[in-house]
Design a protein around this ligand. Structure first.
Ligand SMILES: [Zn+2]
Length: 226
């Protein structure tokens, strides 16, 4: 009887251990997914910055072209002008366009520098490496979870099959004990005669029974001591 109870307990404790391990791995997986999401978020942010820089450059180039065309026009008109007043106005306009071109070119250089800087940020080795490492670790973890789920399923089926072979009265006794004291239902006695579960020192009358190979109930935790 007690050997069967011990075997039931052993199998059920193994299932419990596998369940806990699975939970731990799944929470680790959630953690990896969260970290990967953070990296991706960061990447999306940089790509948005890059697109913004590209837009600014295009806008600035258009503006520069416009100033260059205006300058050309005012130069041509200067060749044809007669009146001194008109000439002065055109010279002023020409100077304005030249100024626009100089400033525009400087601004364009600056924007291109910014774009290069953002592109470097996008290729930043530590972030890229971190992403790869996280994805690899996640892949391995997913494999572990799949293996463990399979193992758990197998152990569970074996446990059910084992229970079907156990005489009903033993199974009932085991269930009753489990409801009363929880797993484990049976615990070993320690050297010096204490219950290995709760540490209570057994009275010598009980301890001597254990020594003779009998099963006794721990007066504190209620588990079967052997
Ligand atoms: Zn105890």
């Amino acid at each position: 009887m007690w050997d069967t109870v011990l075997e039931l307990q052993r199998r059920e404790e193994e299932l419990q251990r596998l369940r806990k391990l699975l939970e731990k791995l799944k929470s680790q997986r959630d953690d990896y997914l969260r970290q990967i999401d953070e990296v991706l978020q960061e990447e999306r942010q940089i790509i948005a910055e890059l697109n913004e820089a590209i837009d600014s450059i295009r806008h600035q180039e258009e503006k520069l072209r416009e100033c260059e065309e205006n300058l050309k026009r005012s130069e041509e008109r200067l060749k044809k002008v007669r009146k001194a007043e008109e000439y002065r106005a055109l010279l002023k306009e020409k100077a304005k366009n030249e100024d626009c071109i100089i400033k525009g070119r400087q601004r364009l250089q600056e924007l291109k520098r910014q774009k290069t800087h953002i592109e470097q940020k996008l290729k930043e080795p530590t972030r890229v490496k971190r992403k790869t490492q996280l994805e690899e670790a996640l892949g391995e973890l997913e494999d572990d979870i799949r293996r463990l789920e399979k193992k758990y399923q197998e152990s569970y089926e074996e446990f059910i099959a084992f229970c079907q072979k156990v005489p009903p009265d033993i199974l009932e006794e085991y269930q009753k004990l489990k409801e009363k004291v929880g797993l484990p239902v049976m615990v070993k006695v320690d050297t010096f005669g204490t219950c290995s579960y709760c540490g209570t020192k057994l009275p010598s009358s009980l301890y001597s029974k254990v020594i003779r190979g009998e099963k006794v109930i721990c007066p504190t935790c209620g588990k079967v001591v052997y």
